[in-house]
Design a protein around this ligand. Structure first.
Ligand code: ATP
Ligand code: MG
Length: 402
């Protein structure tokens, strides 16, 4: 049984390797997302007609940020293709200009877009999304991975409205906001965010939502969801993902995340200083249970909920009534309406881009420059396939936590 499964994986690997798919095998239908290093498109595979999401990462952008080393260093994840809680990855390939990831298309859109549409979520809706995300995070922890970049933009919704974690970690290390050096030489007299601090919660939420998408596209990124210990040299463990979930839960109920500020530097300071800055605005009432759980997620990792195991989280009073065994089969808190397999109505509109046009290079790198640097990406394609087929055993070098 084990043997034949192994043999099957081998053949699958060989088959995938042999297919050598390329951009010409897909038709691009629409831009559905934008990130710091490229974009995500709805595409259709020409021979089968199947619809996928294609993530395109521009090599030049990643090189220009001088962070290429991180691509592999941060590539400590995989695609556990069998998990219901993680976006399925099908193929990857590259050409001179870009890296391409072909994954399942999740028509429900992402949690960031949902939160921008609604002022706040109800406690019941929040219970549902946080509970599903608890199971999703736990599933990757059980595989030995730490996500480290849990945020609403990385929580996607499938056609029935259930949560899946988007492919993770790929660019995390590329963003300045995730690197301690970025904050190290902070001048001490940075402009204070007086204006922000003095806003009432309604205006804060408006300001947050207005700037939010820009933040998602920027190569700096946002430190809003990152646990304080991740910034410190002393190390971190999988509990950092529970902190991020606490920040998201706060945002769902209050309308903006607890440490949001006018600049990433200011946010960073607030995260590090969470004992003073994590407060609940009195004008937005939430239940004691919700407040308690947020404070159990957002505290020192030594005392954080989940330290003894995920059961501690599941049995927290905030989750009373959750059917942990069947939550994914039951109706979602907010149902998704989809008219066809390629329905993109749950996504924002993005202008067409020329990322797929054979480039008139806009940067001053010459083509040979990229060629010479291609070695940087060589392992990339390979590791993807390996991840795809390594369903049981995960090579130790791919595991997080070093
Ligand atoms: P990262 O979050 O790792 O820094 P990124 O922001 O460049 O990378 P993603 O977050 O993976 O890229 O994708 C950007 C957006 O594209 C998502 O927020 C989501 O709206 C959309 N998207 C990504 N993957 C899918 C998918 N499989 N199905 C549908 N939409 C997707
Ligand atoms: Mg993103």
């Amino acid at each position: 049984m084990r043997r034949s499964a192994h043999a099957r994986k081998e053949t699958e690997f060989l088959r995938l390797k042999r297919t050598r798919l390329g951009l010409e095998d897909f038709e691009s239908l629409k831009v559905i997302g934008r990130g710091a290093f490229g974009e995500v498109r709805l595409v259709q595979k020409k021979d089968t007609g199947h619809v996928y999401a294609m993530k395109i990462l521009r090599k030049a952008d990643m090189l220009e940020k001088e962070q290429v080393g991180h691509i592999r260093a941060e590539r400590d994840i995989l695609v556990e293709a069998d998990s219901l809680w993680v976006v399925k990855m099908f193929y990857s390939f590259q050409d001179k200009l870009n890296l391409y990831l072909i994954m399942e298309f999740l028509p429900g859109g992402d949690m960031m877009t949902l939160l921008m549409k609604k002022d706040t979520l109800t406690e019941e809706e929040t219970q549902f999304y946080i509970a599903e995300t608890v199971l999703a995070i736990d599933s990757i922890h059980q595989l030995g991975f730490i996500h480290r970049d849990i945020k609403p933009d990385n929580l996607l919704l499938d056609s029935k409205g259930h949560v899946k974690l988007s492919d993770f970690g790929l660019c995390t290390g590329l963003k300045k906001a995730h690197r301690t050096e970025f904050y190290r030489n902070l001048s001490h007299n940075l402009p204070n965010d007086f204006t922000f601090q003095n806003m009432n919660s309604k205006r804060k939420a408006e300001t947050w939502k207005r700037n939010r998408r820009q933040l998602a596209f920027s190569t700096v990124g946002t430190p809003d969801y990152i646990a304080p210990e991740v910034f410190m040299q002393t190390g971190y463990n999988k509990l950092c993902d529970w902190w991020s979930l606490g920040v998201i839960m706060y945002e769902m109920l209050i309308g903006y995340p607890p440490f949001c500020s006018e600049t990433p530097q200011e946010t960073y300071k607030k995260v590090m200083n969470w004992k003073e800055t994590l407060i609940f605005p009195p004008e937005v009432p939430i239940s004691e249970r919700a407040k308690d759980l947020i404070l159990r997620f957002c505290c020192e990792w030594e005392h954080r909920i989940g330290a003894p195991g995920v059961e501690e989280i599941k049995t927290n009073p905030f989750f009373e009534g959750v059917d942990w065994e069947h939550i994914r089969e039951r109706p979602a808190a907010i149902s998704i309406e989809i008219k066809s397999i390629d329905d993109t109505s749950n996504f924002d509109e993005f202008p067409e881009s020329d990322i797929l046009k054979p480039a008139v290079s806009t940067s001053n790198h010459s083509e040979t420059d990229y060629k010479n640097k291609d070695w940087v990406f060589i392992n990339y394609t390979y590791k993807r396939f390996e991840g795809l087929t390594a369903r049981g055993a995960i090579p130790s070098y791919m595991k997080a936590g070093k």
